[in-house]
Design a protein around this ligand. Sequence first.
Ligand code: CA
Length: 233
Amino acid sequence: MSERILIIEDEENIARVLQLELEFEGYVTGVAYTGTDGLIQYREQEWDLILLDLMLPGLNGLDVLRRIRATEAETPVILLTAKNEVADKVAGLDLGANDYVTKPFEIEELLARIRANLRFVRKPVEQADPHFHQFAGLSIHEQTREVKRDEVMIELTPREFDLLLHLLKHPNQVLTREQLLDAVWGYDYFGDTNVVDVYIRYVRKKIDNGDPQSLIQTVRGVGYVLKEPNHET
Ligand code: CA
């Protein structure tokens, strides 16, 4: 599928050359000649990357960038800057631009930057499995419901699984009994919060392998935290 690049550039001849070159490379492009139109096109369509000129009439490039980054940080933005715009270039990078090229630029250089930035974004999405969670030798797959500690399979009941999954999604974060109750048993559960303690004991027995220091540590008077045991103390 073709990647989509939005060009926001007020110099029409530069915008036109960019559009031709990018389309020749197989990208789908959109062109906006003002910052305002750029933002409108950005919001109305899906883009994989944005080429953003800094000196634009009306809403300038930094204004546009600020508004984009106020809503999301994923779409790579490459700034098109002039030699005398060093301060703006730095401000742009501080605002979350991913890269820049200085005009006049070689098209080959820009194409290389575009490829690098598109690759950079795509990679983690392809590699990371959002359903897989691991911590300190413990791993859970949300969909296959496989639980392992140091590569050894562990059998959990559905409730135990949900409890451990919630802890694994919030490692090193102290969770109160009420939070665990809401997340695992649901807001409509009106039983005793002691049920959390009971199930924590069940899960510990299964995952800790006889280690007296559990991965699920008790925070007295508060709740529980999934934390690497400190064997030195
Ligand atoms: Ca300009």
